[in-house]
Design a protein around this ligand. Sequence first.
Ligand SMILES: [Mg+2]
Length: 235
Amino acid sequence: MDKINLENYKGIIFDLDGIIYDITDAITKAVDDGIEKYQLKVNRDAVMEEIAHLIEEIQNYPVPKILLNSYELLKINSLEGLSFFKKLRIAIFLFNQFNKYREEATIFDGIDDLISKLSKSLKLAILTNNKSQYAEEVLEKFNLTRYFGTIIGFNEVTEVKPSPEGILKILEKWKIKPSEAIFIGDMTTDIEAGKTANVKMVCVASGLAQKETLKEHNPDFLVDDTAELKQLFNL
Ligand SMILES: [Mg+2]
């Protein structure tokens, strides 16, 4: 496996959900509940990926915007053929189940140790498509606040990922070049953002997006989990 020499870098930007905070179980359970309740004949993995994107997207919209965009938002391939209202009922059910299960969500095994080690020689930031307040709450809950001097949520940018805006904003604050930064994310939108910003893009296939799909988007590095991420950094 290729390694990353951390001496060549000054800062690392972390996505939150799927990299630090493990919401995989919450989404899996919500999707399984939905498949059972609505007797859906679907490919579970494909639904998971689409629902994960949908949940990430609508979390940062105010309700009127969700309503106005609901037709576009519910263009979910896995639910093709169902009426708009049926899709809406399923989406609301999935979202409620997800929020219920998320109460039990925790951080990935070993990610706190990795963050602590990286923080000794590098600046660390969070870039999430969620609210920055949500990131602050998660970091606080798991005693990680002290490691992250910068947190950028959707409320601090005009365009969320896949736009590179958030990454560029952090680089500007740090006064470092794209080539001196690493971005770690778990979705195709993260890969697009990282590549457009010209930073080193590390993707973790934590389970929400399928590894094959991620590979097609050509991240600089693609690892399976936190343990492999540690190896990648030689930590
Ligand atoms: Mg994520």
